[in-house]
Design a protein around this ligand. Structure first.
Ligand code: PGA
Length: 244
């Protein structure tokens, strides 16, 4: 694991977007998996701007959505689906064949998981994963206690996830389960970037970097990843006890 520190959220997001653009220039059939949420929002915007400005050919890019709230229609503005449509698919006019997201309204969610696992295998694995970290240390919907070996799965959401998750919705919503890519995939990804910014993430970043590696604190898996990068701004880094 490497730790890269930035002055602020803007610089962190700019670095991540540049990294993706360069990776795509070097590998036009890049397989990119991203989380939605507040943290990667600016990276998405900058990515779209930079791809257009540099006239990068993204016609063979494959995009994978990390997770989704079970039961939500893609039209719900708090859904991960809606986030990616608005921020990536529509601005870049990606062809539907270029992206794969969980259908969280499917009757058979197990088969949705198998489809995702199959899609990842068919593409030859994920090149870059961009994830955030939850207030309970989750990544995607890999909640505390989830095995590091899991592939795509349906998760019972932790109370913290259910309450913090309300921020994405215009009104109170009943959240129970999530469908997510698991750590089995994360461990096989060529480069994983965990981004965190702001003082509210300082405690979970300290545990991620300096705490024990344990399935009870999912993001601690980053310590096991040779190709894992923790990208943090000054505020998120503020509780670290050693210089990293
Ligand atoms: P956030 O979400 O980027 O909106 O803080 C992080 C997460 O819960 O994974």
């Amino acid at each position: 694991m490497q730790i890269i520190r930035f002055k602020n959220y803007e610089q962190l997001s700019d670095y991540t977007a540049d990294f993706i653009v360069d990776a795509l220039k070097n590998k036009p059939d890049l397989v990119l998996c991203m989380a939605s949420g507040s943290t990667p929002a600016l990276t998405c915007d900058l990515l779209v701007q930079k791809l257009k400005k540099d006239k990068v050919d993204y016609s063979t890019l494959t995009f994978i959505g990390l997770d989704e709230w079970v039961g939500l229609p893609p039209t719900n503005t708090g859904s991960c689906h809606c986030f990616f449509c608005t921020k990536i698919f529509e601005p870049l006019q990606l062809k539907p064949s270029q992206y794969h997201l969980f259908n969280a309204q499917a009757d058979d969610l197990k088969s949705e998981c198998e489809k995702m696992d199959g899609f990842i295998a068919e593409k030859g694995g994920i090149d870059i994963m961009i994830v955030g970290i939850g207030m309970n240390g989750h990544i995607g919907f890999n909640e505390p206690g989830t095995s590091f070996a899991t592939l795509s799965h349906v998760a019972e959401l932790d109370e913290v996830t259910k309450s913090v998750g309300q921020k994405y919705f215009s009104g109170p919503v009943q959240l129970g389960k999530g469908i997510t890519i698991g750590f089995g995939h994360l461990m096989n990804t060529k480069k994983v970037f965990l981004m965190a910014n702001g003082i509210k993430k300082a405690e979970v970043i300290k545990k991620t970097i300096e705490g024990p590696v344990t399935e009870n604190f999912p993001a601690s898996i980053m310590q096991r990843l040779e190709n894992g990068f923790v990208l943090i701004d000054e505020e998120a880094a503020s509780l670290l006890s050693k210089p990293h």
